[in-house]
Design a protein around this ligand. Structure first.
Ligand SMILES: *Cc1c(COP(=O)(O)O)cnc(C)c1O
Length: 228
């Protein structure tokens, strides 16, 4: 299978999952996760119509921005070290992985200096997994008003990365919990928080059923990654 065929298959699975949950297909944006892949397969996926790509490292975005088309929207989906904020902001359409109040403040401050208003998502550790980045649920609730008050940030929604489980039904409760948290924060603070970034190659259909608007899909499009 070519990456273009894989992309087509993922797109139709997204459409089916949206339809099955009574949602319009265009409610769900596919983020093609191109981390570890070189420019050529990314260009093939671009040529097949994909425009939003996700990377988990600042360095990889910086290396790929120049050789690939300007029409690409790059999303940062991995942990951002504060000292890399200035480098990545001009190249990044959305940061999914804002995982501390200090990072949110840093992004707002540097965005102000650069004249940008980046879209960000608050990463939440819904499973309270020590091995994962993200705000604990209690801290999101406590600090949300402070985060909304930061200038030069568009807080578009929430994101989560549950631990891998071969059975997607096992992670469904975490997706539901993120949606419930979003619904609560949105009504309490009177903001839309329309984006829910959740779901990867093996569980994006379940995530869509639970309300995902951004699904981050890598291996189902590009194939298995080789980290060697
Ligand atoms: C790598 C990665 C993905 C994509 O994972 P696949 O299983 O290849 O779809 C999604 N989200 C994050 C945060 C990632 O780091």
């Amino acid at each position: 299978m070519s990456v273009a065929e894989n992309l087509e298959r993922v797109r139709s699975r997204i459409a089916d999952a949206a339809k099955n949950s009574g949602r319009p297909e265009d409610d769900v944006t596919l983020v093609a996760v191109s981390k570890t892949w070189p420019v050529e397969p990314i260009r093939d996926v671009f040529d097949a119509g994909q425009r939003v790509f996700g990377e988990n490292k600042v360095q990889e975005i910086l290396e790929k921005v120049d050789p690939l088309p300007d029409e690409i929207d790059w999303h940062l989906i991995g942990h951002l070290q504060k000292n890399k904020t200035r480098k990545v902001l001009p190249h990044c359409a959305c940061i999914h992985s804002v995982d501390s109040p200090g990072l949110a403040e840093q992004i707002g401050r540097i965005a102000g200096e650069l004249g940008l208003v980046p879209r960000i998502l608050i990463q939440v550790n819904v499973a309270s997994d020590d091995a994962k980045f993200g705000f604990p649920v209690g801290v999101v609730r406590e600090r949300f008003a402070d985060i909304l008050a930061i200038e030069n940030l568009e807080v578009a929604g929430l994101m989560t990365v549950p631990s891998y489980d071969a059975d997607p039904e096992k992670v469904r409760p975490f997706f539901a919990k993120l949606r419930e948290l979003r619904d609560g924060l949105a009504s309490e603070h009177g903001v839309a928080l329309s984006e829910l970034s959740m779901g990867m190659s093996h569980d994006f259909e379940v995530a869509i059923e639970e309300g995902a608007t951004l699904v981050r899909v890598g291996s189902a499009i590009f194939g298995e990654r080789n980290y060697a």
